[in-house]
Design a protein around this ligand. Structure first.
Ligand code: AMP
Ligand code: MG
Length: 354
């Protein structure tokens, strides 16, 4: 096992809209000098290094204890950086980025030889995205290089949506944490591969499939949930991911009353139970001895609160976390995907009551 990367971590509070140029210049210099900077994006916080510096990128894997076969997303601040990362970029990539960049869409393209092998886990494809966050964009510009960045959490933990989450996981393993407040979306980007025969979604995320289909009607999506030992046709498809310490159980079913009844009966039969639920359904659990974490009023709110609710219930000391799978339309698809991975596949399918 590689030694973890260690550093005395420095915090900078930055204005999320108008980041202080002096702080951004320092952070950019740290990236250029081969260091690690955690920074906010609109999806989740990223752990960044110079994407063109193999030794700097290696530090990301060591800081996160991330396996080398899990590739990183390269972040750019301007489309003019794309030809330095990817070759034979199809016209559809530019059309997609015209619509969704900056934004929560990552494209997988054929890799340029300038990109070190560890960024792409040895593959000949590279993932690229332009984040929609003033701090991230300013940092990339100040660094003067594209920034490779996975989510700024320890491997297989819930992704960080605040600088405090980053500190909880990576204190002493990152040179600078730029604290620009909470992230706006709360789930990672949608990853769309343009290197196969047909455009293929590899991970649902902040941009919905419905929105992508307006530009790429023939895209395909085949969810992949791999367990240890299985050969991964596309990376990052491990079933265990986003895991809190508590055991997550996902309840699935269309009959509201039946699903709540099943959740309540599970809570009755077990000790130290936590529940994550939409605000309007929280009252269903008031008569039970459970810790409740509200996910807000709608699916956008749930996306924003999902990872922090998992971390929060962990810190409240529960053994079990119960959640209900949402509809798979819009951002619900990505929420359901993260919940299933957090639950490591432990799903209870609830039959309608009549
Ligand atoms: P993270 O930023 O931690 O959510 O992880 C980045 C994810 O991007 C990886 O786990 C992969 O699923 C995906 N990814 C990055 N590069 C590639 C690539 N070249 N091909 C396919 N997927 C990729
Ligand atoms: Mg991640």
């Amino acid at each position: 096992m590689r030694e973890p990367y260690t550093s005395s971590t420095v915090y900078f509070q930055v204005d999320p809209q108008v980041p202080e140029p002096r702080l951004i210049a320092l952070a950019g210099e740290t990236i250029r000098n081969g260091g690690l900077v955690a920074f906010p994006t609109e999806t989740v916080y990223g752990l960044g290094a110079n994407a063109l510096d193999e030794a700097a990128v290696e530090k990301i894997f060591r800081a996160k204890s991330r396996p080398a076969n899990d590739p990183l997303i390269v972040h750019i601040a301007d489309l003019s950086q794309l030809p330095g990362l990817a070759v034979s970029v199809p016209e559809i990539a530019y059309r997609l980025f015209q619509r969704f960049a900056p934004g929560a869409l990552t494209l997988v393209l054929n890799k340029h030889e300038a990109v070190p092998a560890n960024v792409t886990a040895g593959m000949d494809t590279v993932a690229a995205r332009m984040p929609d966050h003033a701090v991230a964009l300013a940092l990339i510009k100040a660094a003067g290089v594209p920034i490779a960045a996975p989510s700024a959490n320890r491997f297989s933990r819930p992704s960080p949506t605040t600088a405090q989450h980053v500190a909880d996981d990576l204190e002493g393993r990152v040179d600078i944490i730029l604290d620009g407040g909470g992230t706006a979306i709360g789930l990672e980007s949608t990853i769309l591969s343009l290197v196969g025969e047909a455009p293929q979604v590899l991970r649902p995320g902040g941009v919905s499939l419905e929105a992508l289909r307006a530009i790429v009607p023939d895209l395909t999506y085949q969810p992949q949930y791999l367990t240890d030992g299985a050969a991964a046709p596309s990376p990052g498809s491990m079933l265990k991911h986003y895991s809190p310490r508590a055991k997550v159980i996902l309840f699935r079913g269309d009959d509201d009353l039946a699903v709540w009844a099943a959740m309540k009966s599970f809570a009755d039969d077990h000790d130290d139970v936590g529940v994550m639920t939409l605000e309007q359904d929280a009252t269903r659990f008031v008569d039970l001895d459970v810790k409740v974490e509200s996910l807000g009023l709608d699916l956008d709110g749930a996306a924003l609160r999902l990872f922090s609710a998992l971390r929060s219930l962990d810190s409240r000391g529960v053994e079990w976390i119960l959640a209900r799978a949402p509809d798979t339309t819009g951002v619900g698809l990505a929420i359901g995907d993260r919940l299933l991975r957090a639950a490591e596949g432990d799903v209870i399918d609830v039959k309608p009551q009549h």
